[in-house]
Structures are given as C-alpha cells and as structure tokens.
Design a protein around this ligand. Structure first.
Ligand SMILES: Nc1ncnc2c1ncn2[C@@H]1O[C@H](COP(=O)(O)OP(=O)(O)O)[C@@H](O)[C@H]1O
Ligand SMILES: [Mg+2]
Length: 244
C-alpha cells in the first residue's frame, strides 16, 4: 500500500484521441406517457482511450441511468451508442453481456462481494463464466490482488476485511482480465477518508497504465481528482471541463 500512496507523480500519458465511447442524442424515458421521467434527455458524449473522467451531479440527475447505459446494463429509449467501434444501442441481452465481459470492469459503492467466498475466490469467480481455466484463473486473481496491495489477504472473507480492503478486492475482480474501461459508481461512497485516498490512488494508477477510468460521484472533491469533469443535471450535460 505504501508504495501506492507514495506514487503521487503527475500523470504523463496523453490520451490517444481514439474514441472508446461515442454517444449521440441519447434519451432514456422511464414510464413513457403522462408520468414519464426523462432520466437522460439528449446526451452527447465522447470519451477516448486513456481518459480519467468524473461524472458528477446531484441525486436524481441521471448518473446511475447514464452508468447503466455506459456499462451496457440497459439500453436507451433513443439515440446511438458506439462502444469501441461497435453499435451497442440496439443489442440483445446476451450480446450486451458479451460486450460487458470484454470491455468493462465494474466497481460499485456496495462492493458486491460474495460473503462466503475468500478474496481470491471472489476475484476468480467471474473468470469461470468467461471460460478461463482453473490454473489461469488463480494466476490472474493473484496478480490482480497483488496489484491492489492485498497479497496478504488472499484467504480472508469479506467480513474479515475493512471496507477499503473489500473495495480493493472488488477492484481486483474488475481488473483481473484487464478490460479497457473501468466504470465506478460512487466507489468511495461507503468509505472513510483514508480508504477513499487509497481507492482513488488505485484508480489513478489504472489510468496511468493506459486504461480509461470513468468515475460517477456526487462528491466534488472526488470529481476534482479526475482529469475531466462532466456535470449532469436533469439528464443533460451542463458542463464538461478538462482539469489540467
Ligand atoms: N427504473 C426507474 N423507473 C422510473 N424512474 C426512474 C427509474 N430509475 C431512475 N428513475 C428516475 O430517473 C431520474 C434519474 O435517476 P438516477 O439515474 O438514479 O439518478 P442519480 O443516480 O443521479 O441519483 C430520477 O428522477 C429517478 O427518480
Ligand atoms: Mg445513483
């Protein structure tokens, strides 16, 4: 961990300029008709390889809806979404799940770990569904846990770890197969300030390695640690600012 915390060097890798995410006039309308909610109301957004982006907005602004779209967990009512060159806006569930497995590592506020599995088992589990053999699963899980500074907690279960450690296991699970995109919804929402710093540093490290990290938050202090801050309000992007 110390190594990670001391690694505060400025980020030098420029974005490649190759678009990973291209969203055009995306709308998501819940309950169409009289009581409709325009959760996303005409979103245009391009995110390239090697970006560290925060999406910030108040409660109810549409952040989780946008995360569900970005992560191919749901499909829009209208608009197009090109993800890594593939049009995913009209895909069926099984196609979407293939894309998710290949392209995206998810991190959630509540960790979503399985309580009766150890750290290494939690990280290896999704690899089973991706057809990775046992030996390789173990190797990838160990490597990912080492990367988040948990080589000494391999056989701990979630209840035997702090919140920050549990979130690090969840990050290891997300990165085990090196997806190009890391999508994190309020990843530090349940954590104290020390653990928050650790998690943010790990996300920066992943970015420094060349991944695209998208961080969804309602916390401005967290958002300002990203290189680009996109603000949404009432389902619309109201500002999009580069931080350095
Ligand atoms: N499944 C749903 N059905 C109907 N309305 C929803 C649903 N999910 C979210 N909403 C509404 O869409 C808007 C945006 O919600 P959400 O994306 O969860 O915002 P945030 O994550 O920023 O708090 C809110 O008005 C919310 O009440
Ligand atoms: Mg939300």
């Amino acid at each position: 961990m110390e190594e990670i915390l001391e690694n505060q060097k400025p980020d030098k890798i420029p974005p490649t300029g190759n678009p990973l995410i291209q969203i055009r006039d995306m709308r998501k309308i819940y309950n169409p008709g009289e009581n409709e909610v325009r959760a996303l109301d005409g979103i245009d957004l391009t995110i390239c390889e090697r970006e560290l982006v925060a999406i910030i907005g108040h409660s109810g602004s549409g952040k989780s809806t946008l995360m569900n779209m970005l992560g191919c967990l749901d499909t829009p009512t209208e608009g197009s979404y090109m993800l890594h060159g593939t049009d995913v806006s009209d895909m069926e569930d099984d196609e979407l799940s293939d894309i998710r497995n290949k392209e995206i590592g998810f991190i959630f506020q509540g960790f979503h770990l399985i309580q009766n599995l150890t750290a290494v088992e939690n990280v290896a589990l999704p690899l089973i569904y991706r057809g990775v053999g046992k030996k390789e699963r173990e190797k990838l899980a160990l490597k990912a846990l080492e990367k988040v500074g948990l080589a000494n907690r391999l056989n701990h279960r979630p209840a035997q770890m702090s919140g920050g450690q549990q979130q690090r296991v969840a990050i290891a699970r997300a990165i085990a197969q090196a997806p190009p995109i890391i999508l994190a919804d309020e990843p530090t929402g349940n954590l104290d300030s020390n653990s928050t710093r650790e998690i943010m540093q790990i996300l920066r490290d992943l970015y420094n390695e060349g991944r695209t990290v998208i961080l969804i938050t309602h916390d401005n202090e967290i958002a300002q640690q990203a290189n680009r801050v996109i603000t949404i309000s009432d389902g619309k992007i109201i500002s999009d600012v580069m931080n350095n």
